[in-house]
Ligand binder design. Structure first.
Ligand code: GLU
Length: 312
């Protein structure tokens, strides 16, 4: 058994889990356990306005209820992003010293969004703003205004290749495809892309398994980790569960695990998830542990999985 494999659960406590999150968590756990790895649980509570203790408790209980365990992590303080700002600060300084960071005085909404992972429907592409090219005089004027800037990272203008463990070769030119991105908001809160990269690097995460909606973040995270002197993990993205017209999102008010827990059993739900993603031929009840031996990414569907509302 390998002892170097480290997987992670990295939920954001901004809502209750739903089947879509649970599928990604189940696959992250199966991927890690099938390789004999250690699992860690990191609480991505970067955004003080969105993160609620009630959701933190519920996320942990949901995972335990389903039968997904972890070896270290939350509620140990070191595994909550809200306690890790000095580490993000160090990375920020390093990037600043390499002249990769510049202040941005543009719209407030853009800065606020940056602490959360960019899920579908949330515009990510930044076609660039004047802040990247201010003259020394213009910058001094803006600084003198007293208004605090957000901080953006200059993206590399070259192709970054990620070998995704499920979707294969992904090539992105960050400067062309996503644009410079915010790594620290004007209110001082560090942004998702920086925090997740620093954490995956410092926590020695070697396998990142999460929903396909974050696939376009992988090249930037790989580049950030390399720039910070770390070894990027293997990224494996999972298909999303959709309900008719789009991703099942907790923000869209899908049936939460709170309800699911009352209406079904962990084995019945695991059986349903395993069937939906291609791991099992039937919906027969099964425990996550019983799926470890037969787990293989080759069995998992690539296309998003549409489920009828009554199938939830
Ligand atoms: N915390 C992020 C979310 O819940 C996921 C981060 C990641 O897996 O990279 O959307």
């Amino acid at each position: 058994m390998s002892t170097n494999v480290v997987g992670r659960f990295a939920p954001s406590p901004s809502g209750y889990m739903h089947m879509g999150n649970l599928l990604a968590m189940l696959l992250a756990w199966l991927d890690c356990r099938s390789l004999g790895g250690q699992m860690l649980f990191r609480m991505e509570d970067l955004d003080p306005a969105r993160s609620k203790p009630v959701y933190m408790q519920a996320l942990a209980e949901d995972l335990r209820w389903l039968g997904l365990d972890w070896d270290c992590g939350w509620p140990e303080p070191a595994y909550a992003q809200s306690n890790r700002s000095t580490l993000y600060e160090d990375a920020f300084r390093l990037l600043q010293n390499r002249d990769l960071v510049y202040p941005c005085w543009c719209s407030r909404a853009e800065r606020l969004a940056a602490a959360s992972a960019p899920h579908p429907g949330e515009t990510e592409f930044d076609s660039g703003c004047r802040c990247a090219h201010l003259s020394a005089k213009e910058r001094l004027c803006l600084e003198a205004s007293g208004r605090k800037p957000a901080w953006k990272l200059r993206c590399p203008d070259r192709e970054i290749t990620v070998e995704d463990g499920h979707y294969g070769t992904i090539v992105q030119n960050p400067a062309r495809d996503v644009g410079d991105f915010i790594i620290r908001r004007a209110d001082g809160v560090f942004a998702y892309q920086l925090a997740v990269s620093v954490d995956d690097m410092l926590m020695g995460v070697s396998r990142v398994v999460r929903g396909r909606d974050l696939l376009s973040s992988a090249p930037r995270q790989k580049w950030l980790i390399e720039t910070l002197g770390g070894k990027p993990p293997v990224y494996c993205h999972a298909p999303l569960l959709t309900e008719g017209s789009g991703k099942l999102s907790k923000r869209l008010g899908s049936l939460s695990t709170e309800v699911l827990r009352k209406e079904t059993t962990p084995e019945a739900l695991t059986g349903k998830l395993a069937f939906l993603c291609g791991l099992s031929e039937t919906e027969a009840a099964v425990s996550p542990r019983d799926l470890i031996a037969g787990f293989s990414w080759e069995m998992i569907k690539k296309a998003d999985i549409e489920i009828a509302p009554e199938a939830r």
